[in-house]
Design a protein around this ligand. Structure first.
Ligand code: UT7
Length: 340
């Protein structure tokens, strides 16, 4: 019976720290508002909005190097890449193939996952299925984002732009038959596409316009099409319902209870959402990992970065029962429950 073990982990964020006070210099906001509503104190933005080198794939590459190092593997040992992002280097192709080239992997398959905040959970679930089926032995699972290039830093975009940050995280998920090793015990994935436009970037796309429009009639584009749009309150209300559902589904499937958890790592969407869920399940502070204060919401990268930091800091140890859960644009949501 094949098991899926997290063999390596790593994360990487751009050096450039942007504090709430920095944002207050370019838009009408304050450290007080951002801290109170979201818990965020600072986030990382790459230095310039357009940068051909520090791309999303590059961030993923740096995180992957660390994941390979901690796994004690080389790029040649990787037999599949799954890359979750909503901010790819190109409209197409995806980041997975760019990462394959940057790492110097063999001509292995590279799959991009486009499930936004749930991207890493979806990517882990897909990787787990490939491992359990015996298809691949060492899968590199990456979540990476560069949000800073495409946010509206005017007052019109302040409710969205203060939240998001840049960063990347990666794990190597490997097959093992070792009886004593950990394993992914349960996964679930959900979607509700009727809310697709409640949290979306609508342009470019085949519904609202293609690049052709940018050349011929850029003035026709509205900020709501070009920049991320989020119906914040609406998303918040759905998040606090779906988080407990997906968490319970994973725990029940594995015959576990909330009190069995050693660590819960929620997608870092808003500290208030994490705290709501923590209270609902009666989890102690030391059993919930949050780092949104430092990085903001990095969508597909957020759980990957948090997991990597939690292991690095010794807060997740071999044998621990860990739950990863996410909710976001799509709407999509899901969980991965594993023994580390
Ligand atoms: O990761 C994917 C999933 N995403 C989420 O789960 C995010 C869910 N939503 C949220 O986290 C929250 O809805 C936000 C943090 C986005 C917004 O917080 P909120 O408590 O829902 O605030 P709001 O949008 O209802 O705005 C309250 C007030 C408004 O002013 P008025 O109309 O009451 O005068 C906004 O104009 O706060 C104002 N506001 C701001 N003020 C200062 C909105 N953004 C800002 C800002 N600085 N950055």
């Amino acid at each position: 019976m094949l098991k899926s073990i997290i063999k390596g982990f790593g994360h990487y964020v751009p050096n450039n720290i942007v504090t709430n006070d920095d944002l207050a210099k370019v838009m009408t906001t304050s450290d007080e508002w951002i801290t109170e509503r979201t818990g965020i104190k600072e986030r990382r933005h790459r230095k310039s909005r357009v940068d051909a080198e520090e791309t999303t794939s590059y961030l993923g590459y740096k995180a992957s190097l660390k994941a390979l190092e901690t796994a004690n593997l080389t790029a040649k040992d990787i037999d599949f890449i799954i890359f979750a992002t909503l901010s790819p280097d190109y409209y197409f192709p995806g980041c997975g193939v760019v990462l394959q080239e940057l790492l110097g992997c063999d001509t292995i398959g590279a799959l991009d996952v486009r499930n936004q905040c749930s991207g890493f959970v979806y990517a882990m679930s897909v990787a787990n299925a490939f491992i359990k089926a015996g298809t691949y032995k060492n899968i590199l699972v990456v979540g990476a984002e560069i949000h800073s290039f495409g946010l509206d830093f005017s007052d019109a975009g302040r409710s969205v732009s203060v939240i998001f940050g840049d960063g990347a995280g990666a794990v190597v998920l490997s097959a093992t038959e070792d009886e004593n090793a950990g394993d992914i015990l349960a996964v679930n994935m959900h979607s509700e596409g009727k809310y697709a436009e409640e949290l979306a970037v609508k342009f470019p796309g085949t519904k609202y316009g293609w690049s052709d429009q940018l050349v011929k009639n850029p003035d026709a584009l509205t900020t709501q099409e070009v920049y991320p749009y989020m119906n914040g309150n609406f998303v918040f209300k759905h998040a606090v319902t779906r988080f407990p559902e997906t968490m319970m589904e994973a725990l029940e499937k594995a015959g576990k209870k909330p009190e069995d958890l050693d660590m819960f790592i929620p997608h870092q969407a808003n500290l208030r959402i994490s705290q709501f869920v923590q209270q609902r399940f009666g989890l102690l502070d030391e059993k919930v990992f949050n780092n949104i204060q430092k990085y903001g919401n990095t969508t597909a990268a957020s759980i990957a970065i948090a997991l990597s930091e939690a292991i690095e800091q010794g807060k997740v140890k071999r044998g621990d029962l860990v739950l990863l859960s996410a909710f976001g644009s799509g709407f999509t949501w899901g969980s991965v429950l594993f023994e580390y």
